[in-house]
Design a protein around this ligand. Structure first.
Ligand SMILES: NC(=O)c1ccc[n+]([C@@H]2O[C@H](COP(=O)([O-])OP(=O)(O)OC[C@H]3O[C@@H](n4cnc5c(N)ncnc54)[C@H](O)[C@@H]3O)[C@@H](O)[C@H]2O)c1
Length: 827
């Protein structure tokens, strides 16, 4: 073999020449990577490994250790880290220079901050030394715990210091390494475009308008929205521990922590578009709002309240120490103007936004939030439809591996069955696989069918991600049935984002993922037609498989509602306005849990320490066990399922983002857990305050006629008094922040939902707030459900009144003799 055929490295003067043969270049690398801990790598290992070595996998390095300049980066960083010089890192200038030179060769991957620097003298050779020492200084900051500094990233202090205006930060545009939201299609007139631009510029002094206006106009035309990418911080977004936020009150710091979690790229669906989940669940509308909010929160006292109008911080207004520190409303519009088209425009104008449920209320806890509910749903579906809790060898087919839907894979395995989940977008599929939530992935439908058969035979739990359109999967399952008579699916559902069907929530089967994304913005009408056709095909296959013995349910994503609008055969003969051919999971599968006061209670340990989470898990388990000894048969099953869940939750390593936990509990359980955790903080068993919250998908917080309130039959299913009352009532009973949203779950205009966050800091005051507020937060909805005629709610609220003499609820007298009505209405 002659020498030129081998890969080699040689030094020539100051140059290092790397020669790689075509074969070597094409062959997969055999380099050993440090094994990833899919569950929580950075919290547990950090930048420096216990061995003292640098952890090149630490996400705090922002991926710099890999990529085209990874080697140079590692050399510079190591040199600095191990430097013993008096001026630390002073011998590393060469390495830093090499790193910088490399980065300059890839400006798209490593945007140069200096591009936008004020004219401190033209960049020249003479500036090199100072740039190098700047790099070294950054590294010092890295050593001090903020490795973000090393990467030119900002710190928490920086992002809390308000809008950076002098100088403006460089416009780095969109980060190609993270997924981005589809182009929005607001269809603005030229006058509306001007208005959108004028609205965006309101955040900045006129001296910057000439610079920012063309940039914002381009964002509006290119992406259908002004996100203000320039102001997206370079700091790694994540739920830093509560002590690290500059603040005057820890209540505000807890809100900052929750905001940071909602924007963590490991958590958020489209982090740079400020979307946490569900395709359009915004935390804010643009990055200027994020910066202002962080600034306000860092400065607020306990006599101020931050007022949030659909992402826009109206400001800090004087209030009482007992008041919430933030009041958030998202998407509140005059009811007659709550159509989807109007939403698109209002969002583009920057005056309204879709906060989903826990995105715009800063209470998202990653897909774990829904794993638990999904696991219970799958278990209950098995009990109800298949007559057994033993789901081994049973197959669940569904779609979506996004923000919420991603939980389906994990839940299926915990429930012991075979979960097959179709996902058109490779990015979430890969993310769930890397996180360990999906056991296997395939883009071959043949292989998929083969895996289902094998798993059915071996009865081994499996979560299989099918990279493709769910309609193809349904049609293929039908074909298999028609060919062989073998029904390969027992349970079926869907969790595409059909609350947002024409803007990236649902991908039609006729197009590839890329083609769909293009058509969505170039020809929205054609796209809409294809979505509807695709939905009809999907329902057709589901109908036939259901006739053959499969059980299908609507999973709260407006699947049946949109299918009906598309003309698919989902009608329930003789059904009411909110009923379809298939049941909604809320009442049919979960059971009438909301009427019993059960709902998704959650908490977040603000220390960021997994040990605190373990302690709180143990506390919750013993609290539930104690209560369970004394509960009625009606709710014992709920308690038992939740005790089993909480005891195993740690083992399943579901934390993505903040150290959070969820379980379903009734009023008594929620209050008892909150008080026990508060006591543990007071005793020092839990090292820092804990935020308690819940999903909005709950007993009182949400009026949603196609989901949470779909079993309200007194004609009030389309009324929203309960959700509004809940929000107001939580606010003056002790919540640290409250929120009220239009949309969420089933879509804009279809639901009003609200929620809260409450900081437990171990004080008596926190205990009082938690117990008063949680009392209301559950009883409100139970009382309403009781009034609507629900017998479970009747019993529940009556029992609650017996336990709390201050609670007095107007109880209904049901009509016992229908003939009274018949006679009265005759003639
Ligand atoms: N059941 C519940 O308790 C509950 C809770 C929260 C949200 N939801 C609803 O569930 C839906 C999903 O929420 P999410 O946060 O996961 O949304 P998401 O947008 O993050 O994920 C949906 C996923 O479906 C994929 N998809 C779309 N069309 C597809 C197709 N035809 N075939 C295969 N994959 C397709 C998308 O690529 C996306 O990744 C939303 O409508 C949401 O409002 C339900």
């Amino acid at each position: 073999m002659n020498q030129r055929e081998m890969s080699s490295v040689r030094e020539e003067g100051k140059d290092r020449i790397i020669f790689v043969t075509k074969e070597d270049h094409e062959a997969p690398s055999s380099a050993e990577l440090v094994e990833e801990d899919p569950n929580d790598p950075y919290e547990e290992r950090g930048l420096i490994l216990p061995s003292g070595e640098i952890n090149w996998n630490c996400p705090c390095l922002g991926g710099m250790a890999s990529g085209p300049c990874g080697t140079e980066f590692k050399e510079a960083f190591s040199c600095f880290h191990y430097s013993k010089e008096e001026v630390k890192g002073s011998e590393c200038l060469e390495q830093f220079r090499a790193m910088q030179e490399c980065m300059q060769r890839y400006p798209e991957l490593y945007p140069q901050e200096d591009d936008e620097k004020p004219p401190q003298g033209q960049s020249s050779e003479t500036d090199q030394t100072s740039q190098d020492s700047e790099s070294a200084e950054m590294s010092v900051r890295a050593e001090q715990g903020s490795c973000a500094g090393m990467l030119g990233m900002s710190s928490l202090k920086d992002i809390c210091s308000g809008l950076p205006l002098d100088p403006l930060p460089p416009n780095r545009g969109r980060d190609p390494s993270v997924p981005h939201a589809p182009t929005r299609t607001p269809d603005l007139t030229s006058e509306e475009e001007r208005l959108a631009l004028r609205n965006a510029l309101r955040y900045f002094p006129p001296s910057h308008h000439a610079t920012l206006a063309p940039e914002f106009a381009q964002e509006l035309r290119q992406h259908g929205h002004i996100y203000m990418y320039r102001f997206c911080p370079t700091l790694r977004m994540r739920a830093y521990p509560i002590d690290q936020y500059p603040c005057r009150t820890r209540q505000a710091a807890s809100i900052m922590l929750m905001i940071m979690n909602n924007l963590d790229p490991a958590v958020a669906q489209f982090p740079q578009e400020l979307v946490t989940y569900g395709g359009n669940g915004q935390v804010f509308s643009n990055w200027a709002q994020f910066r202002l909010v962080m600034h306000y929160l860092s400065e607020m006292t306990e006599e101020q309240t931050l007022v949030m109008y659909s992402g826009h911080p109206m400001g800090l207004f004087p209030s009482l120490p007992s008041s919430p520190r933030a009041i958030i409303t998202n998407g509140m519009v005059i009811p007659n103007y709550s159509s989807r088209d109007q939403y698109e425009k209002m969002f583009a104008l920057g005056v309204s936004m879709y906060g989903q449920m826990t995105a715009g209320s800063y209470c998202y806890i990653g897909p774990q939030g829904i794993v638990h509910g999904t696991m219970l749903t799958v278990l209950n579906a098995g009990r109800r439809y298949l007559g057994s809790s033993d789901l081994r060898g049973r197959v669940l087919v569904t779609s979506g591996l996004g923000g919420m839907s991603g939980a389906q894979a994990k839940a299926a395995v915990i429930a012991g069955c075979i979960g097959v989940i179709a996902e058109v977008d490779e990015a979430p599929l890969r993310k769930r696989h890397e996180q360990g939530w999906l056991m296997e992935v395939t883009s071959s439908i043949e292989h998929c069918i083969k895996c289902i058969r094998e798993a059915k035979r071996s009865k081994s739990p499996l979560s299989l991600g099918y990279h493709g359109n769910v309609v193809d999967l349904w049609e293929r399952l039908l074909l298999e049935f028609e060919r062989t008579g073998e029904l390969l699916v027992d349970l079926g559902s869907d969790q595409t984002s059909l609350h947002n069907p024409f803007n990236g929530g649902y991908y039609p089967v006729q197009l590839s993922f890329r083609q769909a994304n293009q058509l969505m913005s170039t020809d929205p009408n054609r796209f809409r037609t294809l979505v509807q056709e695709s939905l009809r095909r999907q329902v057709k296959a589901i109908n036939k498989l259901s006739e053959a013995g499969m059980f299908f349910w609507d999973y709260g994503n407006a699947f049946l509602l949109e299918a009906q609008r598309a003309g698919a055969e989902v009608e329930k003969v003789g059904g009411g306005a909110t009923e379809f051919r298939y049941p909604s999971y809320v009442q049919h599968i979960m059971g009438d849990i909301f009427s019993l006061g059960f709902g998704p209670f959650r908490w977040v340990c603000t220390s960021g320490n997994p040990q605190d989470l373990t302690v709180t898990d143990d506390i919750a388990a013993s609290v539930l066990e104690e209560i369970c000894a004394d509960v009625s048969d009606l709710i014992r099953q709920q308690y038992n399922d939740n005790i089993r869940w909480i005891k195993e939750a740690g083992k399943h390593k579901m934390v993505v983002g903040s150290q959070a936990r969820i379980l379903y509990s009734d009023q008594k359980g929620r209050i008892s857990i909150a008080l026990a955790i508060n006591q543990a903080i007071a005793d020092g068993r839990v090292s820092a305050p804990v935020v308690i919250s819940r999903d909005h998908h709950d007993v009182s917080g949400t009026d949603s006629p196609f989901r949470e309130t779909s079993n309200v039959y007194d004609g009030s299913a389309f009324c929203a008094d309960m959700a509004v009352q809940n929000f107001v009532g939580d606010a003056f009973r002790g919540a640290t922040w409250v929120s009220l949203h239009n949309g969420g779950g089933v879509g804009w205009g279809e639901v009003i939902n609200g929620g809260f966050g409450l900081l437990l800091d171990g004080s008596d005051e926190a205990a009082k707030r938690a117990s008063t507020m949680l009392n209301w937060d559950v009883s409100n909805g139970v009382a309403r459900r009781c009034w609507s005629g629900n017998s479970n709610a009747y019993e529940t609220i009556q029992r609650t009144m017996e336990e709390n003499r201050q609670l007095r609820v107007t109880m209904p007298f049901p009509v016992q003799d229908e003939r009274v009505l018949d006679r009265a209405l005759q003639g």
